[in-house]
Design a protein around this ligand. Structure first.
Ligand SMILES: Nc1ncnc2c1ncn2[C@@H]1O[C@H](COP(=O)(O)OP(=O)(O)OP(=O)(O)O)[C@@H](O)[C@H]1O
Ligand SMILES: [Mg+2]
Length: 433
């Protein structure tokens, strides 16, 4: 994206009716030998008056305002604009300095101007009111010092260069932004096409799978005393059809997350987590799971999506602690680096190697090595999408055999009182045992 800077512009236009002033300027700026042969050749090639190179500057002379404006026009047309002009205030019989500057800026508003004057014919207030001076005009009172002219030339040509460089940087930034916008809209388009494709595919696959499932069931009933082998084959068909249906159901839920209309409201994350955990406990009453849910976890969020995300995280916490004799699941909030609330679901289950922490959120990834645990690998991707859609983030922190912590952010509401923890293990309130 870095555009090389153009060479510095050292072109100066001097407009004054007194030939001796032109000589003075050249003396002031000219510290080098007279124009070289190369300059003469260049002048002949471009069909313009030979400019004398002064202190690295290219000075062109005009003796009347109109003539100066014509030079400025031609220079601009040729793509070699002047960086600055020294303009005399009194130039009878033609335009005066004010009129000349007005015309110069009409031609090239970027030109820096120094008005050279012994006394102003117009009061300065009038000059300023007539010209749109901005920050592009300085006044040089005659008689002037050599150093004033040479420093003005250096500073104002450098100012012109800096302004052009920043213009070109702004242009390339604007181009980059435009390209990004185009890429973003192309990505959005292809994303929504992919979503549509996944949606129709899931719908279309569902029907043949349920046909397979129900007909293999009917076939099992019809067969009179099937052999073990036949029974095994049939159960494999039914299990595969059921898994296929589960996968599709998962994909459809994922699809709904993307399509759902957000409805943001205060959501009691503590209550929601306790309710879900209570359901697991009811369906698995023999397990020893100590549960700790922080009080007063309030978020401003979409209730359905938040519940869906919490369900996926708690499902996993419950499932991947199933081999622990004393399982522990915690839901809480800590402050992030910038003081923002970061919620978490922590368990002391099987965990995973930290190297897998990012892979967990990819679709159909089932990374655990414990056989027999159910799952299709769409839970976490669904949780991530539900949190992403609400402008939050989710990430995992896990070590093999050391459990896992899933952190997430969601918009929060200001809390009236401070959060305090309450242990609500098997025998405590919140998630009754
Ligand atoms: N709390 C956890 N502890 C250890 N591993 C986890 C935990 N949560 C997720 N994982 C790993 O990440 C994988 C992906 O999780 P995800 O929830 O997407 O799928 P799943 O639970 O296997 O199936 P599904 O949620 O679709 O029923 C899991 O298969 C497991 O390997
Ligand atoms: Mg899961």
């Amino acid at each position: 994206m870095n555009t090389p800077n153009p060479p510095p512009n050292r072109r100066i236009l001097l407009i004054d009716d007194m030939p001796s002033i032109h000589e003075d300027f050249r003396k002031i700026l000219d510290h080098r030998p007279p124009a070289s042969e190369l300059d003469a050749a260049e002048a002949a090639l471009f069909d313009r008056p030979a400019a004398r190179r002064c202190d690295g500057f290219d000075v062109d002379s005009a003796y009347q305002g109109r003539e100066g404006a014509a030079l400025a026009e031609a220079a601009l047309q040729a793509g070699r604009p002047y960086a600055m002009a020294f303009v005399d205030m009194r130039m009878p019989p033609g335009w005066d300095g004010v009129e000349t500057i007005e015309q110069l800026w009409r031609i090239d508003p970027r030109m820096q101007v120094v008005v050279c004057t012994a006394h102003a014919d117009h009061p300065w207030e009038e000059v300023l009111a007539r010209l749109d001076v901005q920050d592009r005009m300085l006044v040089l009172k005659k008689p002037f010092d050599l150093i004033e002219v040479s420093q003005l030339a250096r500073m104002l040509t450098a100012k012109w260069d800096i302004a052009r460089q920043s213009e070109s940087q702004v242009t390339s930034l604007e181009q980059a932004v435009q390209e990004l916008r185009a890429t973003e809209s192309a990505l959005r388009q292809s994303n929504s096409e992919l979503e549509l494709f996944a949606h129709s595919l899931s719908h279309d696959l569902r029907a043949p799978l349920s046909v397979m499932s129900s007909f293999s069931g009917l076939l099992a009933k019809e067969l009179d005393g099937p052999s073990d082998k036949v029974r095994h084959y049939l159960s494999r068909i039914q299990a595969s059809a059921a898994l296929g249906e589960e996968l599709i159901e998962g994909l459809l839920v994922l699809d709904r997350v993307s399509r759902t209309q957000l409805s943001i409201e205060p959501v009691d994350l503590s209550g929601l987590s306790r309710k879900l955990l209570q359901e697991y406990r009811s369906s698995d009453p023999q397990r020893d799971v100590s549960v700790e849910v922080q009080d007063d976890l309030q978020v401003h969020a979409d209730r359905r999506l938040t519940q869906l995300a919490m369900k996926q995280l708690l499902d996993n916490a419950w499932k991947f602690t199933s081999l622990r004799e004393h399982a522990r699941i915690e839901v809480g909030m800590q402050e992030g680096e910038d003081g923002e609330p970061v919620y978490y679901v922590r368990d002391n289950g099987s965990g995973l190697d930290a190297a897998y922490a990012d892979k967990l959120f990819r679709i159909f990834q089932r990374l655990h090595t414990i056989n027999g645990l159910p799952g299709t690998g769409v839970g976490l991707v669904t949780a991530r999408r539900a949190i992403d859609r609400q402008g939050g983030k989710v990430w995992a922190d896990t070590q093999a055999n050391e459990g896992a912590t899933f952190h997430f952010t969601l918009p929060s509401v200001p809390r009236a009182r401070s959060v305090h923890e309450s242990r609500i293990g098997r025998s405590e309130t919140g998630v009754p045992s």
